[in-house]
Design a protein around this ligand. Structure first.
Ligand SMILES: Cc1cc2nc3c(=O)[nH]c(=O)nc-3n(C[C@H](O)[C@H](O)[C@H](O)COP(=O)(O)OP(=O)(O)OC[C@H]3O[C@@H](n4cnc5c(N)ncnc54)[C@H](O)[C@@H]3O)c2cc1C
Length: 459
């Protein structure tokens, strides 16, 4: 056994033992992680932190069968570092370096290879789970715990914790050549997405990666990426310090990045959200350096802002209207994506918006808490900002409208951020009948929180 594996097994035993000792009431434990990408502020509670050190490592990469086993708390940063030297990458790599494999499987993860491979949980083949009963089980598609394998995505740690996960990996080339194809209407954008995802080709070039950025109703870019072996004709661009990737999307027709540079292209500026914190200023970037220019820095700053409510206090003092945080990712069937865009432009108006196609797998309908139509193509819309609340609007006006429209259009909303569904709506949308059966089997004493309590009530 390698030293790393022995460390992992020690860490796993400590995690399991701590859980078994500490779980007396719901909410009495929580993960002791240093980072999070959740955007639903928790109520402060005195819960015991489960030790996660040692569960962040790549345990094995099977280069022949293209599958890697990693600790459940492994960040994608560590995962990518462990596979790139072998000429491989995880099949879907969420854009933010600190997202962990367990977090992305129990939450919902997406990226520009999702048009081929689906959501992150669809790339997992086996999950080792510490359930609410304190037992450790192996869940996969066909074994005795297949119900838990399919029920785990979108359960957000309310059925158990992923201790290790087997994830599909895919071969890479050293560089990615990008085309930023400008579209001047949503119709053009979604028709091009549908075509590329059907044929795998854009402008006679095979495509590996597809995502897009909407800056206005007549200014949107579909970014197509293709692996290439050599960069003889140009030097790869660097968007980890002074260069700003989302500016390049608007300014350049094409680009070249290293494979690593491509995978973390959005992390440096948290897509475009670093600008709100002043990090697009040249002197701030120069002083901050590469180590500070990353999503974890901005997440910490926003946590402080949330704690002290400085902006809301200033607005109250100056008599300005308050703003409602609207930070969400939703999936809409491609045939209704234009309808969503129309509603969004008319009523919400946030720009930029990130779009990313996702092809649901042939068994996507079997995941009860995040069921999608088997084989169907969806478009993910990601928007992370705030919208002014006009007099007469309720506190959650825009988020509630988005929830209603997503449901009308046959879409799905992920639960990493705020949610305001009433209990009946929530139970219908996320198949809580199936969830309750799983709860009865895997957490009968309610040692872990309930999904509605955790994601809507923020318990
Ligand atoms: C601004 C913003 C943009 C985002 N954009 C994207 C995106 O583009 N692509 C994308 O894929 N995702 C995106 N996300 C969402 C992100 O993938 C999810 O929030 C994911 O769950 C975060 O994983 P984490 O490892 O940081 O988990 P955490 O934030 O630490 O935890 C998330 C939840 O999962 C539970 N959890 C964590 N680890 C485990 C485990 N091992 N076993 C069981 N439960 C666990 C926690 O209890 C918690 O409820 C975005 C989030 C934000 C805030």
């Amino acid at each position: 056994m390698t030293e790393g594996r022995a460390d992992f097994e020690r860490a796993r035993d400590e995690f399991v033992t701590t859980f078994r000792r500490a779980t007396t009431t719901p909410g009495s434990v929580r993960l002791g992680k240093r980072t999070t990408n959740l955007f639903r502020p928790r109520r402060r509670t005195r819960s015991r932190r489960l030790p996660t050190a040692g569960l962040d490592m790549v345990l094995d990469v099977d280069t022949e069968h293209k599958v890697a086993r990693v600790g459940g708390m492994t960040t994608y940063d560590t995962f990518v570092d462990g596979t790139l030297p072998l000429g491989l990458m995880p099949a879907v790599v969420p854009e933010l370096r600190s997202i962990t494999v367990g977090g992305a499987v129990t939450g919902v993860g997406i990226e520009s290879t999702s048009w081929m491979h689906g959501l992150v949980h669809e790339t997992a083949t086996r999950v080792e789970i510490l359930t609410g009963t304190g037992d450790v089980v192996i869940a996969d598609r066909s074994g005795p715990h297949a119900d838990l394998f399919f029920g785990f995505p979108n359960s957000y740690g309310t059925l158990g914790y992923a201790l290790s996960v087997d994830v599909a990996v895919q071969p890479i080339s050293p560089f990615v050549r990008l085309t930023h194809a400008r579209c001047t209407s949503p119709q053009e954008l979604f028709a091009t997405i549908a075509d590329v995802c059907e044929t795998g080709v854009f402008d006679e070039t095979p495509v590996d990666f597809v995502d897009g950025s909407i800056f206005g109703q007549d200014e949107m870019y579909l970014t197509l990426g293709t692996f290439v072996d050599a960069a003889a004709d140009s030097t790869p661009s660097d968007y980890t310090w002074m260069g700003i990737y989302h500016h390049a999307v608007r300014e350049r027709d094409s680009d070249l990045l290293t494979a690593r540079g491509y995978l973390w292209r959005w992390d440096t500026d948290w897509f475009w959200c670093s600008g709100n914190l002043g990090f697009e200023r040249t002197w701030v970037r120069a002083l901050a350096g590469r180590e500070l220019l990353r999503s974890t820095t901005y997440r910490r700053l926003l946590a402080l802002e949330h704690r002290w409510q400085l902006t809301a206090r200033k607005r109250r003092l100056t008599g300005e209207n308050q703003r409602e945080p609207v930070i969400q990712d939703v999936e809409i069937p491609i045939e209704r994506a234009g309808d969503f865009m129309r509603f969004f432009a008319d009523e919400v108006g946030i720009v930029p918006v990130w779009v990313c196609p996702v092809r649901a797998s042939e068994d996507a309908g079997r995941f009860p808490l995040y069921a999608m139509r088997n084989g169907a193509l969806y478009v993910n819309f990601g928007f992370w900002s705030s919208v002014e609340l006009l007099p007469g609007m309720s506190e959650h006006h825009h988020n509630r409208r988005i929830e209603a429209v997503v449901e009308d259009l046959g879409g799905r909303k992920s639960l990493y951020s705020t949610a305001f569904y009433d209990r009946a709506e929530f139970d219908r949308i996320y198949d809580i009948g199936a969830y309750e059966k799983l709860k009865t089997t895997y957490d009968p004493d309610g040692r872990l929180p309930d999904l509605y309590a955790k994601t809507v009530m923020r318990a």
